[in-house]
Design a protein around this ligand. Structure first.
Ligand SMILES: *[C@@H]1O[C@H](CO)[C@@H](O)[C@H](O)[C@H]1NC(C)=O
Ligand SMILES: *[C@@H]1O[C@H](CO)[C@@H](O)[C@H](O)[C@H]1NC(C)=O
Ligand SMILES: *[C@@H]1O[C@H](CO)[C@@H](O)[C@H](O)[C@H]1NC(C)=O
Ligand SMILES: *[C@@H]1O[C@H](CO)[C@@H](O)[C@H](O)[C@H]1NC(C)=O
Ligand SMILES: *[C@@H]1O[C@H](CO)[C@@H](O)[C@H](O)[C@H]1NC(C)=O
Ligand SMILES: *[C@@H]1O[C@H](CO)[C@@H](O)[C@H](O)[C@H]1NC(C)=O
Ligand SMILES: *[C@@H]1O[C@H](CO)[C@@H](O)[C@H](O)[C@H]1NC(C)=O
Ligand SMILES: *[C@@H]1O[C@H](CO)[C@@H](O)[C@H](O)[C@H]1NC(C)=O
Ligand SMILES: *[C@@H]1O[C@H](CO)[C@@H](O)[C@H](O)[C@H]1NC(C)=O
Length: 456
């Protein structure tokens, strides 16, 4: 493949034709915005607010060359080879453009873990085919919870933005899942080993499963992400979590809007230094730690998490921490899991607006156990400590009225330093009771009751 070098300028323009020629006109360096079909988006300016993450927002050097992704343009033929060609050609210092008003058909599972120092400017739409047989046979398999993904994104110093759309063609999957719950539905954005990167200004639509799974990642910022997608049939879109983080540190998720049917954001095992802020979530299961401790022999850590300035609408929960109790093998008939070890430590939820949410706050160390006596008789080995809830406002749903929250530890020995203050939340009838189990009630500025309307 010939690369065209232009004078002393470090720019060259390359088409993305696999093994093909350079088909585009020359451009002035470095990455001139251009107009019309050659438009190159500027990088988004990301302002962390209200909190600043521990590490600076990644801002690698400017890119000096542009590759436009070609397309068959017929709306059916797989464009994946063009995508890979452009990524390889513009890797290490380039800017890949998916043109505006253009739909790229993606029908091949692609490994994008080789990316390094690249901007990926998605102005158009990447539409994943609904060939459920192909994807079930070829999607990437992650070790955790049978997660599979359309593609695997990894590497370092990657910036993805552009205002375009990733469309998972979820309807075929929602319908198939209704017929067979054992099918493996791909996650729309599968991240494995991504470092010092930004994903911003994108629309994520109709994911078959979770929208974003963030594994083995560090220092990744998500900003300005719009997530929407519901089923148009009677088969509900299930497990459509906005983000799940796993084995990852220094992840920031902010300034985004999520309309979905499962966790808005969920912190899975080994999520540390995660910052979630300025989100609007509608229809979700809240912003959740866990569930953790389901598997004997595992050691799950979630710590140094800050969640704030979130508005939560039409949800089952606002802030949620779910941990399984202990599971002696003799109890295996009664228990679906539990007994896993680990810790949830230093988690703060500061600033949440509640609107038609079943429980504004729900912390349980009895997750998955229907017998409360057994939960407290076999306290979780997975400890919970240094948890703060403050500045909650709004009105719950009628679901657990007059309760607005539940604070349930399996024992004071494994769960403590839980604080709640400025919880200005009422149920629609005006009640504001909170279920409290094994709490230091002086730390909770709520009115405790000992019935648990929301128990499992
Ligand atoms: C995309 O389509 C819109 C609406 O038709 C048009 O205004 C815009 O100029 C187009 N953009 C490009 C880059 O062709
Ligand atoms: C990626 O960028 C970060 C700064 O954001 C830098 O510290 C790191 O060395 C870069 N990684 C590589 C492999 O160049
Ligand atoms: C993460 O990294 C570990 C260790 O290298 C590896 O075993 C695992 O497959 C990676 N991916 C996921 C999703 O855990
Ligand atoms: C993963 O898939 C296997 C086989 O279908 C199933 O037995 C297992 O329960 C699944 N695990 C999870 C965590 O969903
Ligand atoms: C989480 O971290 C702990 C402590 O380093 C480790 O023992 C455990 O295996 C990790 N779990 C996962 C799923 O990576
Ligand atoms: C809080 O979030 C909203 C969007 O939900 C945003 O408009 C506002 O600027 C954020 N406030 C701060 C202080 O960051
Ligand atoms: C608690 O987590 C915050 C991040 O939310 C971090 O800044 C702080 O240092 C942590 N505190 C401790 C004691 O580790
Ligand atoms: C809960 O478990 C205890 C202890 O095994 C048992 O005595 C009790 O009957 C159980 N309660 C229910 C409702 O099953
Ligand atoms: C709960 O409501 C009562 C009656 O309106 C009020 O006096 C009390 O301050 C409220 N408690 C909290 C924690 O908001």
């Amino acid at each position: 493949m010939k690369f065209l070098t232009i004078l002393s300028v470090l720019a060259f323009v390359a088409s993305a034709l696999p093994g093909g020629h350079d088909s585009e006109g020359t451009a002035n360096a470095p990455c001139k915005p251009g107009t019309g079909k050659d438009h190159v988006s500027p990088r988004p300016h990301i302002v962390p607010s209200p909190k600043h993450p521990r590490l600076p927002v990644p801002n690698p050097p400017k890119r000096t060359r542009v590759c436009h992704v070609e397309t068959h343009g017929d709306g059916v033929t797989d464009d994946s080879a063009f995508v890979l060609a452009a990524f390889h050609k513009c890797n290490r210092g380039g800017h890949v453009v998916f043109r505006a008003n253009t739909t790229y058909i993606i029908g091949t599972a692609m490994d994008w873990t080789f990316l390094s120092h690249i901007d990926i400017d998605i102005q158009g739409t990447l539409k994943f085919t609904d060939d459920t047989d192909y994807w079930q046979a070829n999607s990437f398999r992650f070790v955790y919870q049978n997660v599979t993904t359309f593609f695997k994104l990894g590497g370092d110093n990657v910036s993805i933005y552009g205002g375009g759309t990733l469309d998972g063609s979820g309807q075929a999957w929602y319908d198939l899942y209704a017929a067979d719950i054992y099918i493996l539905r791909p996650v729309l954005i599968g991240i494995d080993g991504l470092r010092d990167s930004v994903i911003a200004d994108l629309n994520l639509r109709y994911s078959p499963m979770y929208y974003t799974f963030v594994a083995n990642a560090s220092n990744v910022v998500f900003d300005g992400i719009s997530i929407i997608g519901a089923s148009t049939s009677t088969h509900v879109a299930k497990n459509t979590d906005g983000w799940d983080t796993y084995r990852s540190a220094d992840i920031t998720i902010q300034n985004s809007v999520v309309v979905n049917g499962d966790d808005c954001v969920s912190f899975k095992p080994n999520s540390t230094h995660v910052l979630v802020q300025s989100l609007s979530c509608t229809g979700s299961h809240g912003i959740s730690v866990g569930s953790l401790g389901q598997y004997v022999g595992a050691y799950d850590i979630v710590e140094h998490v800050w969640v704030g300035n979130v508005s939560m609408h039409d949800a089952s929960d606002g802030a949620r921490i779910k941990v399984w109790p202990n599971a002696p093998s003799a109890m295996s008939g009664d228990l679906q899991g539990g007994g896993g070890d680990g810790r949830v430590d230093n988690v703060t939820y500061d600033g949440m607006r509640i609107d038609n949410v079943d429980y504004a706050i729900e912390i349980t160390q009895c997750y998955g156990q229907k017998n409360l006596t057994l939960c407290t008789a076999y306290p979780s080995p997975l400890t919970i400590s240094n948890i703060v809830f403050r500045n909650f406002q709004g009105t719950t749903s009628t679901h657990y009225a007059p309760e607005i929250a539940a604070f349930a530890c399996s024992s004071t020995a494994v769960c403590g330093n839980i604080y709640a203050s400025a919880i200005d939340v009422q149920s629609p009838g005006g009640g504001n009771l909170s279920y409290c189990l094994n709490q230091v009630e002086a730390n909770l500025d709520v009115t405790c009751t000992d019935t648990w309307l929301g128990f499992n």
